[in-house]
Design a protein around this ligand. Sequence first.
Ligand code: PMP
Length: 401
Amino acid sequence: MHDPLNWLDDELARLAAGGLLRKLAVRSGPQSGLQVILNGESLANFGSNDYLGIAASLSQGNIDDAVRQAGWGAGASPLIIGRGEFHARLEAALAKFEGTAAALLFPTGFAANAGTIAALVGPGDVVFSDALNHASLIDGCRLSGAQVVVYRHCDVAHLRELLAAAPAAKKKLIVTDSLFSMDGDLAPLVYLTELAEQHRAMLMVDEAHATGVFGANGRGVSEHLGVEDAVHIRVGTLSKALGSMGGFVAGQQRLIDWLTNRARTYFFSTACPEAVAAAGLAALSIVQEQPQRRIELLARASQLREQLRAQGWPLPDVGSQIIPLRIGDAEPTMRFAAWLRDQGFFVPGIRPPSVPAGQSLLRLSLTWQHDVGTLSRLLSAVGEGRKRFVKSDYLRGEVGL
Ligand code: PMP
């Protein structure tokens, strides 16, 4: 009998033949920024977004209280009966942290990005989106039905041209990651705020990888560059440096009121358990009370970048806790990653569709917990692997992709 899912065999075989079929590993026990046990193998962990090592600190206290008081599942979407006291407290704390009138908690950062864009623009409007924006922003653009204009990665001159040539739209939105998730580089937010002002465009910035890490108070790259007040829609996530789960939007009260009414990923989705919101509250306190975690992390990252540059890796001076080691083709990238694993290091190989074809890379995610010894062992292994797996002509020809 014909099974209408038979086409999947061909597609999966095609992925496998191209070296692009992903198999999921199983992690045992908690991960820390330092160590992870994958399929029973203990590895130095360079694949964690728990940048400040907070996940491991969120096991008791107010989280237990939240479970005792509120049970587990929220039972409904926030618009029905799902929004509990811990959610409300976290939203108030996030608004205070961000220095905005209000904040709205989404189940994930993905939902925050996708739902917010689709609530803000629609057919007849134009969104200007960086070519390397995260999938959740891209999907939000598609979902909105607005015209999507993609500008070259961090290319302010290109964006300026595109804005000037844009049709007189009802509304314009410029949207960007603040810290790009694959390349670890920072968006030119000072210029983007100027362009937004000149063209009366809304500016939305996704600080997912920067919340807790950048800025004197941990509010992200917008704070680090002193442009927070010119960013109209600030998105952050609790799932990365805050070691928990959930996304949020911070901004003016009318923005939050609109999203409450119009962001479909918000009100058609069950609120997260209150214990998760309690974890977010505890994480936010750590971010505020222990700035040394982010200061030490960024200092270590900058030192490692310098050491990697000395090995010949093409890395810019300015960067972040995400360090890309560019290889090029997917196949040597994955062989390099597998070899590093044999040496005791988990460093994810990033290949299409996460990056464009020919731009595969190893992504090193540093966390506050990485110590000097682990970093120097990693450095030696990466130096050795570079000789084995990276074609020198690629490195010469493609610097600064
Ligand atoms: N934005 C960026 C830039 C991301 O990298 C991610 C997660 N990979 C998200 C948003 C989505 O956040 P979350 O994991 O909380 O859904």
